[in-house]
Ligand binder design. Structure first.
Ligand code: GDP
Length: 451
């Protein structure tokens, strides 16, 4: 088998995640020498972290390929844009010595804009939930997607239009109406008056958007047309996913999901069926253990030594929320299901990340199947929360290894336990592992020989 990490000559690739996200997609994308990198979904709530010799880069809306100086970068139409956040991200990268200009970054004109009123709606919907609040960060991303599917809200091209002020003012009026309804709902549901700060100052919003349109307009273009032409020329494009299959709205652990699709579904939303049908490979980033942010079932969640150990060694703390991630052993049934969601076949590839985090454990549990009402499932029939809360993970225990593996670059040089672990996961998933992550640094990877 010809791994794209070693030998990628041409064609399009999708880099996605079969679990609950946060698997290290950023590092995997930057390990590919792409001519074009395209972000396909998500907002500034989902980001990547990449560590290079120059330092640590936290990316929110810009594809991870930005750190490779020869790649061109696209932000697809299905990514929702908080303009001030994006401006900060561009300026921050430039300060760190990364070139960002219209020569290497294009944002789609049809992307929806995350506005202050979306943050207010986020805060109000949490307030209305009372004790059942889900701990949203009030970034407004979900409500922006909600506007998009309801065919309202502003797209970047509205902000660039000659009559942009009128469009922003009209939308502000609409949104004030929506917010007034939500305030009434808070009172009705909780019995107390809303305490959310609802000050949507028109002058301030216009001022921010005047700055945003001036700064961003040179970057705005037609990414679909750009990508389709590049696909026709068989260019090396990597489409970069956000989140993970378990968090996708249609197939994930409903209702504890994001509001969007991932993988090929997300790719279709940003770049259409042509991009989906052009894919040469799907690369699935899979963490060597499981984590999850926020509520909802995590079948292998471990509250004992294993969970605490990997949380600490893997720095499993939410980048934006600062909340500790929930941790547990590798969950093969969930990831097998996830591989079907993302559409990864026998010829596609797995990047197994963060293996170094498991160093130092005596024994490593791996969930190989679920038990549900006396039946054993290697691959579950469904993954929604009502099914997941009733499953009992079935474990096998593998021997651990003592050595720090972060300096190792060859599969053959790994300790016996680590090699065994990689081959065991490969067998469980039925797909080749072509990259193993052994440390935070961009270069801390092993590319096992695959046949
Ligand atoms: P994403 O949500 O899948 O894009 O995850 P990120 O790209 O943000 O990666 C999550 C974290 O894992 C970041 O802090 C990375 O630096 C870190 N990371 C990625 N790969 C590895 C690895 O192989 N080992 C270790 N220890 N950390 C890694």
């Amino acid at each position: 088998m010809n791994s794209v990490f070693k030998n990628w000559k041409d064609g399009a690739i999708l880099l996605t995640d079969a679990g609950w996200g946060d698997s290290g997609k950023g590092k995997c994308v930057s390990a590919l020498k792409a001519e074009i990198g395209a972000k396909i979904i998500g907002g500034h709530n989902a980001g990547h972290t990449i560590v290079t010799d120059k330092g640590e880069f936290g990316l929110g809306l810009i594809p991870s390929t930005i750190i490779n100086k020869d790649s061109f970068n696209l932000i697809g139409q299905e990514v929702v844009i908080n303009p001030l956040f994006l401006i900060n991200e561009i300026s921050g990268l430039k300060k760190l010595g990364i070139a960002v200009s219209p020569k290497n970054l294009m944002i789609d004109a049809r992307s929806h804009v995350v506005m202050k009123w979306h943050e207010v709606r986020d805060a109000l919907s949490e307030e209305a939930r009372g004790k059942g609040a889900i701990g949203s960060l009030h970034l407004g991303v979900g409500w922006t997607y909600s506007d998009r599917v309801n065919r309202r809200g502003l797209r970047l091209e509205d902000i660039l239009a000659p009559d942009w002020k009128k469009r922003v003012r009209t939308e502000l009026k609409n949104q004030i109406g929506v917010i007034e309804d939500m305030v009434r709902e808070v009172k009705r549901k909780t019995g107390v008056k809303s305490k959310v700060e609802k000050d949507l100052n028109e002058r301030e919003i216009i001022k921010d958007m005047a700055y945003a349109r001036k700064f961003l307009s040179p970057f705005v273009g037609n990414t679909i047309d750009f990508a389709w032409k590049a696909l026709d020329k068989n260019k090396k494009i990597v489409f970069e996913d956000s989140h993970g299959a378990m968090l996708e709205v249609s197939h994930g652990s409903w209702p504890f999901t994001t509001g969007v699709n991932t993988s090929v579904g997300a790719l279709h939303r940003s770049f259409g069926g042509k991009a989906v049908r052009s894919l040469k490979k799907i690369i699935v980033s899979v963490k060597a253990y499981q984590t999850r942010v926020g509520g909802g079932p995590l079948p292998t969640e471990n509250f004992g030594h294993f969970g605490n150990y990997v949380r600490k060694r893997g720095s499993e703390v939410g980048t934006r929320s600062g909340r500790a991630r929930r941790c547990g052993p590798f969950d093969a049934p969930a990831i097998r299901y996830g591989l079907n969601i993302v559409g990864a076949g026998q010829n596609d590839e797995i990047a197994l990340t963060k293996l170094d985090v498991l160093s130092g454990l005596n024994k490593i549990p791996v969930c190989v199947a679920y038990k549900h009402q006396r039946k054993i499932y290697a691959i579950p029939p469904r993954m929604d929360a009502q099914f997941l809360i009733k499953v009992r993970p079935q474990y096998e225990y593998l021997p651990g290894w003592k050595e720090d593996i972060s300096g190792i670059r060859k599969f053959e040089s790994l300790p016996k336990g680590a090699k065994k672990y990689i081959l065991f996961i490969q067998k469980l998933l039925g797909r080749k592992i072509t990259l193993v992550g052994v440390g935070k640094h961009q270069g801390a990877t092993i590319l096992p020989r695959v046949t």
